[in-house]
Design a protein around this ligand. Structure first.
Ligand code: FAD
Length: 380
């Protein structure tokens, strides 16, 4: 056994790095284990909504590529509209730069890091946790799975069985300067090519991130959907690099994300917004909910982390559950949803406030009264 820590976190993405920071600044001895060499590329649109940025407690200006203030929406290449908002909606980043900023903050607070070293096996007993990596064996009081969708920690702890997956496919796309300038402060949202999913274009200063996502049952349509997005926005298919896909895991109410000395964060816990695929906001929030529970648990020397799952169920799940209802409506009636946002300024502004965290799915749902009960049937 090489060394022991109070807490070992598998994965140094936004959830793991945020928890590393939160624990280190509370004086906890914490190690981040990351399978890739950092900084690492990650297939992601790199959209940090204003609500997510606010929750980071960190200035992301040094890694911000573009500030989005408007949306160019298209539906089946037949209808389109462009709308602007008077305030920022989304900041775009490259994930290698953004995630590395979070990891650096954790390290500066005192967290240890081993990168290019994967967790291979986790054995949890009533006394401690034994972690076997590609290079060594380590011990800790608590293990945290921040290792993304289908992570090793959830597997070995027997958590997240039956999680529902979506899938996203994304590529960095270089375009001519005159085309790039058309996307200044604008993001693209393309509907109607993938049932229950959508395509996007995010400006990244010197190129565009173009992608498509949807339910796993639509996985075979992702490639053609991706080409359709390029066509909708008249972008060249030849200029695409790093076309990659990745899972989008969605937790259902009651699904176990904690057991004994183990808990899961972010994508490992399936905390992705089922409507938009946004995951960074809840990844960070889950880390913030876990930190005080872990700290209390270490201080009382009793491995009771149950408060974490209760906090996630109380603080995050009502919003993610309501999002599931809206995702169903969107799956069944994409043209209607498009038309409603196109034609109703109040709805457009509500969507913008949602991205900014000034409105929630739950608050929008409450305005559906007296049909709120009917809406709840969609979330079952
Ligand atoms: C195509 C696509 C586009 C997306 N666009 C957006 C977007 O615009 N905005 C948004 O908010 N969300 C987006 N998401 C979702 C977002 O990427 C995730 O929700 C977010 O990264 C979750 O953070 P995390 O820290 O939980 O996990 P991750 O960011 O996945 O980090 C997990 C880390 O664990 C490491 N790891 C995995 N296995 C091991 C192991 N065995 N040992 C050690 N380390 C390990 C991985 O290398 C990785 O660094 C997108 C997802 C996809 C697929």
């Amino acid at each position: 056994m090489e060394r022991s820590y109070d807490v070992i976190i598998a994965g140094a993405g936004p959830s793991g790095a945020t928890l590393g920071y939160e624990l280190a600044r509370r004086g906890v001895s914490v190690l981040l284990l990351e399978k890739d060499r950092l900084p690492r590329y990650k297939p992601c649109a790199g959209g940090i909504t204003v609500k997510a940025a606010r929750g980071l407690g960190l200035d992301i200006a040094p890694v911000t590529r573009s500030v989005v203030r408007g949306v160019r929406a298209t539906y089946k290449r037949k209808r389109s509209f462009t709308r602007w908002y008077d305030q920022p909606l989304v900041f775009t980043v490259m994930r290698d730069e953004f995630d590395h900023l979070l990891v650096r903050r954790a390290r500066e607070a005192g967290a240890a890091l081993l990168d290019n070293e994967a967790v291979c096996r986790v054995e949890i007993s009533s006394r401690a946790v034994r972690i076997t990596t590609t290079a060594r064996t380590l011990e800790s009081q608590i293990i945290v799975g921040a290792d993304g969708a289908g992570g090793v920690v959830a597997r070995d702890a027997g958590l997240m069985r039956g999680v529902v997956f979506g899938m996203g496919m994304e590529a960095e796309t270089s375009v001519a300067a005159e085309k790039l300038v058309q996307w200044d402060s604008l993001m693209g949202l393309d509907l109607g090519h993938i049932r229950g999913g959508y395509g996007w274009v995010f400006p990244k200063k010197d190129h565009l991130s173009v992608g498509v996502g949807g339910p796993l049952r639509q996985v075979r349509r992702l490639r053609s959907g991706y080409r359709a997005v390029l066509k909708s926005y008249d972008l060249e298919a030849g200029s695409v690099s790093r076309l990659r896909s990745h899972y989008l895991p969605v937790r259902r109410r009651g699904m176990a994300i904690q057991s004994g000395r183990c808990l899961l964060l972010g994508d490992a816990a399936g905390l992705v917004d089922p409507l938009t695929g946004e995951g960074i906001h809840h990844a960070v929030r889950s880390a913030r909910l876990a930190a005080p529970v872990i700290h209390r648990c270490l201080e009382s020397s009793s491995p009771d982390l149950q408060g974490y799952q209760e906090a996630v169920d109380r603080e995050l799940m009502p919003e993610l559950t309501a999002a599931r209802g809206f995702a169903r409506l969107f799956t069944w009636f994409p043209g209607l949803c498009f038309g409603l946002v196109e034609g109703h300024d109040r709805l457009w502004r509500a969507c913008c406030r949602l991205l900014r965290g000034e409105e929630t799915y739950v608050s929008i749902k409450q305005r559906l009264y007296p049909f709120e009960g009917l809406f709840d049937l969609l979330t079952v």
